[in-house]
Design a protein around this ligand. Structure first.
Ligand SMILES: *Cc1c(COP(=O)(O)O)cnc(C)c1O
Length: 241
């Protein structure tokens, strides 16, 4: 089977599973958007996915997407919405604002300030999600619920006019049981509800949670945006050590 028909086949199967998860949760399919996580796959894979109707993409490295973006025609690039879902260093904020249509991994006030000022320079209002750390795995990035850093950021966000805060993003802990994973996803939803109640100027409709291995659990707990790599594009090459 060629790559394009393989992708079509995987998308069909994925859509069946998403529809089943939505039915089981009593939710409408239209409440959950599908982000195609194209990291490590070439620009052609993004275009092939776009041909099949996918419009929202996730990339985790600034440099990697800069290279892919350079291979896209302007018309091709504007037909895709591409968000950064990986950790962003403050010194790459300006480059990231030029390249991406949204940043889903905002995790500090200094980064928010840099993004706001770069978005102002580009004349954009940049959609962002706050990345929340759902476990204390030392390798995880993201804002800890209840932390001073998160509190401070929430206080300042409403005045950062070039950022549009759409909601929260989280990655479930590695190697968690399905039950632990569900508990984490539920915690993200409750945190969103709590923040929205305490900060009337923020609305936070989006909950970006769920990946290839756990999207059904995430949909059951209220995910509005699942981030799917492997189940669409196949296995990624192992990262270099
Ligand atoms: C790689 C990645 C995904 C996709 O993971 P799969 O298990 O391949 O679906 C989702 N979210 C983030 C933040 C990622 O880095």
């Amino acid at each position: 089977m060629d790559t394009d028909s393989q992708l079509r086949e995987r998308l069909l199967r994925l859509e069946e599973s998403i529809a089943a998860a939505c039915r089981a949760a009593g939710r409408s399919r239209s409440e959950v958007s599908l982000m195609a996580v194209s990291k490590t796959h070439p620009a052609e894979a993004m275009l092939a996915a776009a041909q099949l109707g996918l419009t929202l993409f996730g990339e985790n490295r600034v440099q990697e997407f800069a290279q892919k973006s350079a291979q896209l025609q302007p018309g091709q690039r504007t037909s895709l919405r591409v968000h950064l879902i990986g950790h962003l260093q403050s010194n790459k904020a300006a480059r990231a604002v030029e390249l991406f249509d949204g940043i889903d991994s905002l995790d500090s006030l200094p980064l928010a300030l840099r993004l706001n000022s770069a978005a102002g320079t580009c004349g954009k209002r940049l959609p962002v999600l706050l990345e929340i750390k759902l476990s204390d795995e030392p390798t995880k990035t993201g804002l800890a619920p209840g932390s001073l850093t998160l509190g401070e950021l929430l206080e300042r966000l409403p005045e950062l006019a070039h950022l549009r805060v759409d909601g929260l993003m989280a990655i479930a802990p590695l190697d968690a049981s399905p039950q632990q994973t569900s508990v984490c996803f539920r915690a993200l939803r409750l945190l969103r509800d709590q923040i929205a109640a305490a900060h009337q100027r923020l609305s936070l409709p989006e909950l970006s949670m769920g990946m290839s291995g756990d999207f059904a659990l995430a949909i059951a707990e209220g995910s509005t945006r699942i981030r799917i790599g492997t189940a669409l594009f196949g296995a990624r090459p192992a990262p270099l050590p």
